[in-house]
Design a protein around this ligand. Sequence first.
Ligand SMILES: C[S@@+](CC[C@H](N)C(=O)[O-])C[C@H]1O[C@@H](n2cnc3c(N)ncnc32)[C@H](O)[C@@H]1O
Length: 434
Amino acid sequence: MEKDLFEIIDMSVEGDGIARENDNVYFIDGAIEGEKVTAQIDKQKDNLFWGKIQSIVEPSFRRTTPICPYFEKCGGCKIMHLNSETQKLFKMLSLKRTIKKVTNLDVDVLDTIPSPKDFNYRNTIQLKIQKENDNIQIGFYQAGSHNLVSIDNCLICDEHNKTLIALLKEYISSTGAEIETVFASFFGENLSLLVQTVDGECDKTLYDVLKTRFDNVSLWCSKQYAHSTLLNYKDAKFVCGEKSLTVKFDEISISVTPLDFVQVNFDLANILYKDIVTLVGENKVVLDLYSGLGITSMLFAKNNNYVCSIEQINNSVESAKLLAKENDLQDRIIHYCGDCAIVLPTLEFSQEEKENLVVFLDPPRKGAGTKTLEAIKNLQPSKIIYMSCNPTSLAKDIRDLLDKYEIQSMRAYDMFPQTNSIESLTVLTKKELQ
Ligand SMILES: C[S@@+](CC[C@H](N)C(=O)[O-])C[C@H]1O[C@@H](n2cnc3c(N)ncnc32)[C@H](O)[C@@H]1O
């Protein structure tokens, strides 16, 4: 269906322009609040319609020209057509709206903290690979589909992604290797790479090819399950090179394999971690939940706190222990390996420890969930600092805490410029007894 003119009156949290006509609501990909556009509508459910912008009749002053040649097709950088200032405003408002929708609270969300870099900020990339005869395509699945958008370079990723794509093409065309997905992390001139193949095996000659352009390579391999975009940790095995890479993060060195979670934008994460350390303060007992490689645990301990950290990936816990030891902080941090929902309810604290307790949590996209939140509430920390990469799960978890806690502050951090993903930090404090 084609319609002539849409007046865009709002933006959805997904980054679409919203138009209304009678009871109908239209979500127009590529349109900006304040614009008049024409669009092609290609999906409908009841009174909701989705479509793509065709032409701009009246442009917004907030519009900029996307510099990526794949912008139209890829969909990963959903808001690259918003100027830099508007992207930050969009993230602040999206966070506010999501919290309002789920909790009915009007929160004064603080101004978004910008990323030091708007491009080339990502140190990780996930690439899908398809082969038809001699034609090797490497790139991303188009948003919401399994159609591959072939790329030579991703502008938001570390510029070494271009080298990796070229090397993978060279290797696949000369060996006929059947690689389906690669998860790569770039740390300076070093590369950490997990390749997923149908049989879960990988030829060591890939390592030789990669070593022609990267100083150090950590090559791992695992089995690809049909069309899955998830990293398969379960079957992953080390193939060749360095088992883990030593990576500089600010002033510290961390040990990283492709199985460990690392923040994708180190420069922004550095700012965020400093804010978290200030919010936690000194002389506290800190519960660091979903602690990954233990960077925050180490920073809290360094700032005169005692820390209990919980992380479920064994490899990450071992690296975290090493980090604590290297910084001579092993006596201040207790590391637990396991699921927070199971480990947390088993922890016991003295009355004095409970009085000094602060909880910091940074769960995966799906949020913390009821069991973990109940366990946190039972411990009655004076403060909960919640770092989130998903406003919807954040809002649901906050709703579950509101009987005992209130929001003190909330802020978005632009961890993922050009995309509609929103990183945020929320501080909740215990309600005074009435
Ligand atoms: C968003 S990352 C946060 C990592 C860390 N805070 C950082 O900044 O590097 C989430 C971490 O939680 C871990 N994780 C996921 N589900 C978990 C669970 N149920 N219990 C414990 N850890 C979990 C993941 O392995 C990952 O390391």
